[in-house]
Design a protein around this ligand. Structure first.
Ligand SMILES: Cc1cc2nc3c(=O)[nH]c(=O)nc-3n(C[C@H](O)[C@H](O)[C@H](O)COP(=O)(O)OP(=O)(O)OC[C@H]3O[C@@H](n4cnc5c(N)ncnc54)[C@H](O)[C@@H]3O)c2cc1C
Length: 415
């Protein structure tokens, strides 16, 4: 072990993976989570490790979203309210919905994705994590001509970045997985991607980190970053205890901007709420990981259960559930799969995607402040990019340079 002590704020996938790679380099690490590891956005997601997936900003999306603003059943719902931060975010997001910017996002997300899958394989194998990890790909499945056009347009873009893309007919999908209904017209398969049970991955990785010597404190909110002459020296947790550190990693997901604001740094982020529910495997035979194109719902078999997850809601930093939106997951899935009429829900909930206004994560040192590193803003791709982000955080802090050129992911771009 070196003399360094690194404190990580946040026990989601960014926090745990940063802890993992820093620990591998022999550094003393303390990770602080305000809630529990088993209940973060990183456990409440669809479990798809999606390589080369398109970013949240898309040409025409803002116009469409504003039309949906008063419709709680829309796939993307913005709760109408007077919130300056939200409207500023929407204005910046609108600028990011241009083709040239989406191309730039795709370059960066593809770069991360290609390395991410190697990191995933390495962590799962080296640490013997039993988390239903399978490199079986996922399908973008459609039941309308508009859905087919949308799926094929995305596929063409993603193939342009070198990822494998294969079109399948409805019959081909049904012969591989009879749970698909006759209404399904076809799908696009992204065969290099993988799936995982995020709850088992996160809980087992946290256990393994403790065995490896990482200190993890759950139910321990960080209330203040300790600053001295533009240098972050540690944190103060609730109850008043101060924890000194040589560097602090801010991996606080949708809450990250609360802490950056306290040191005078704006980070345009909004929580993008999504819902999930788990169905028992005895009750459904769904065997294919897929996204239901028209419904914006992901369906992922995870060993002993099948998870439905999806929709995006900009309704502020809270975990209030709109039951109608949760119900949309099962009613949507019924349009693509048979045998779901009497199915029982095992568990359900919502989680917050940390969404920057330009669709790219923020990975790098905080401008003009030493000892503070950011790993946040991964929106709908955070599970996929967690391990590679953790590796980049360890390189950035310990080597002062990273193995991938992530200059354009720096927080400088918002200053
Ligand atoms: C419905 C849904 C489906 C998704 N599907 C996928 C998918 O299939 N594939 C994919 O790649 N991504 C997916 N995502 C996105 C992915 O889950 C997120 O991008 C990712 O989990 C974000 O990880 P994080 O570590 O940044 O944030 P989080 O998981 O939110 O972790 C941050 C943690 O920091 C803690 N924290 C905050 N403030 C403090 C503080 N002051 N003190 C201490 N702790 C603090 C929080 O409690 C939280 O636990 C999905 C998300 C949702 C909601």
């Amino acid at each position: 072990m070196t003399e360094d002590h690194i404190v990580i704020v946040g026990g989601g996938v960014m926090g745990l993976c940063s802890a993992y790679y820093l620990n591998q380099r022999g550094v003393r690490v303390t990770l602080l989570e305000q809630g529990t590891i088993a209940d973060t956005a990183s456990t409440g997601n669809a479990g798809i490790i999606a390589l080369g997936h398109l970013p949240l900003p898309r040409p025409g999306l803002v116009k469409q979203a504003l039309k949906w603003m008063f419709d709680q059943s829309a796939p993307l719902y913005i709760r109408p309210r007077l919130d300056i931060g939200l409207w500023r975010w929407i204005l910046l997001f609108r600028r990011a919905c241009k083709k040239e910017h989406v191309d730039h996002c795709m370059e960066m997300l593809s770069l991360l994705g290609r390395e991410a899958i190697k990191c995933w394989q390495q962590i799962v194998e080296d640490e013997n994590l039993e988390c239903a990890y399978q490199q079986c790909g996922w399908h973008d499945v459609y039941r309308s001509n508009a859905g087919r056009e949308h799926a094929l347009r995305d596929a063409e873009t993603i193939a342009g970045y070198g990822f494998d893309v294969q079109q399948r007919s409805g019959d081909e999908l049904r012969s591989a997985d009879p749970a698909f209904s006759e209404d399904v017209l076809g799908g696009v398969c992204y065969s290099e991607s993988a799936i995982v049970d995020p709850v088992r991955f996160m809980v087992q990785l946290a256990d393994r980190l403790e065995q490896l010597g990482v200190t993890i404190h759950q139910n321990t909110p960080v209330e203040e970053l300790l600053m001295e002459n533009k240098q972050c020296k540690g944190v103060r947790v609730s109850g008043g205890e101060q924890i000194k550190a040589t560097s602090v990693v801010l991996a606080a997901g949708s809450w990250s901007s609360l802490l950056t604001k306290s040191i005078g740094m704006g980070l345009p982020m909004q929580p993008g709420k999504g819902y999930y529910l788990d169905l028992g495997c005895t009750e459904t035979s769904i065997a294919t990981a897929c996204v239901l194109n028209e419904a914006f719902i992901a369906v992922t078999p995870m060993g002993d259960h099948v998870r439905l997850a999806g929709t995006v809601e900009l309704s502020g930093l809270n975990q209030r559930i709109i039951q109608q939106r949760l119900d949309m997951l099962l009613s949507g899935a019924k349009q693509y799969f048979q045998g779901l009429d009497t199915v029982k829900v095992k568990s359900q909930g919502c989680a917050l995607r940390p969404c920057t206004s330009d669709g790219l994560p923020v990975i790098g040192p905080v401008p003009h402040i030493s000892g503070l590193y950011l790993a946040t803003g991964h929106a709908k791709m955070g599970l996929t990019h967690g391990p590679i982000t953790g590796r980049l955080v360890s390189e950035g802090i310990l080597d002062n340079k990273t193995s991938l050129d992530i200059t354009s992911l720096s927080a400088d771009r918002f200053q």
